[in-house]
Design a protein around this ligand. Structure first.
Ligand SMILES: Nc1nc2c(ncn2[C@@H]2O[C@H](COP(=O)(O)OP(=O)(O)OP(=O)(O)O)[C@@H](O)[C@H]2O)c(=O)[nH]1
Ligand SMILES: [Mg+2]
Length: 280
């Protein structure tokens, strides 16, 4: 990990930025993550999944300004959407709490957006990126799923299942993510989109909406403490089903002539305090 920089010094622009950190028993990892978030990030939201360790207390100790949100159902997907709903900044960044995604890379995601992208997709396999965490099995699965999406949706994703991404907040309502107000199924199952398939759902919807997507090379470190919540087979199946149902949805929507994405009116960069390359 590199030393955190002041984000706006690094990128020379000043859109506001919210960071959403889903957390399930990450007390021991938070000291390596929260202090590394660039100090000029405007809002940090921790979404707790009912941690049984001291995650929330530790987070408040490390970053008193942190906003804590409690998710409405279970799963990383539901946690992220609950966090997105609480965001108030121009840009939303998704950051893991286990030490694998480096907060010092946030300015690069923001720069991709201010340079004109509508969705900045982290990639461990773009030039300059790598992973110290991915197993051979997961790499194989990720490559296969990335290929399937690229063929079916005409995309060029090099790393479909990576969770480090950022987007302009105006994109959020267009993504149509699962309603956080719905009740959890009585049988204990996870609602569709509430699990680790969330990244695929977001990426594929960004592609279907024909958003301008830029890949950002990212270095994934190994989880520092604790165990992964992801199961390659169970979650791989959920991702595969998501790809198929999104492909069907895309074709159904195409037949019914979709509304174009309502992009915000271009705004004078100076008005937003930008000194370069505003993308709004
Ligand atoms: N709130 C909440 N956070 C979750 C949940 N599941 C996972 N997370 C968080 O989401 C992030 C990614 O989860 P990980 O368990 O690290 O999954 P992964 O990164 O795919 O797996 P590894 O690479 O092995 O670490 C971490 O910050 C977790 O604490 C959940 O159900 N609720
Ligand atoms: Mg992880």
């Amino acid at each position: 990990m590199t030393k955190p920089s002041t984000m706006h010094d690094a990128i020379g622009t000043s859109p506001t930025v919210s960071v959403v950190v889903p957390c399930l028993n990450e007390e021991r990892n938070l000291p390596y993550v929260l202090p590394r978030i660039p100090p000029d990030v405007n809002q940090v939201i921790l979404v707790d999944g009912g941690s049984s360790d001291g995650t929330v207390a530790r987070a408040r100790e490390l970053l008193p300004s942190i906003e804590v949100v409690h998710q409405t159902r279970r799963g990383k997907g539901n946690a992220l959407v609950c966090g997105f709903d609480a965001c108030t900044s121009d840009i939303i960044v998704m950051l893991d709490a286990d030490g694998s995604t480096d907060p010092a890379e946030i300015p690069r995601f923001v720069r991709a957006l201010t340079d004109g992208a509508e969705f900045a997709k982290g990639s461990r396999f773009a030039a300059g990126g790598r992973s110290e965490d991915i197993t051979r099995l997961r790499r194989l699965g990720n490559d296969g799923l990335s290929l399937a999406v690229n063929v079916l949706f005409g995309t060029k994703f090099s790393d479909l299942c990576y969770g480090y991404n950022a987007f302009w907040r105006w994109v959020l309502p267009h993504l149509g993510l699962p309603d956080t107000g719905l009740r959890a199924p009585a049988d204990g199952q996870m609602l569709w989109g509430d699990g680790f398939e969330i990244e695929t759902l977001i990426n594929v919807r960004a592609a279907s909406l024909e958003l301008n997507v830029a890949e950002v090379a990212s270095v994934e470190a190994a989880r520092l403490h604790g165990v992964s919540n992801l199961s390659a087979f169970r979650d791989g199946r959920r991702v595969s089903r998501t790809i198929i149902s999104e492909w069907r949805r895309k074709h159904a929507v195409a037949k019914s002539q979709p509304e174009p994405v309502g992009r915000p009116e271009p705004v004078d960069a100076a008005e937003l305090g930008f000194s370069a390359g505003g993308a709004l």
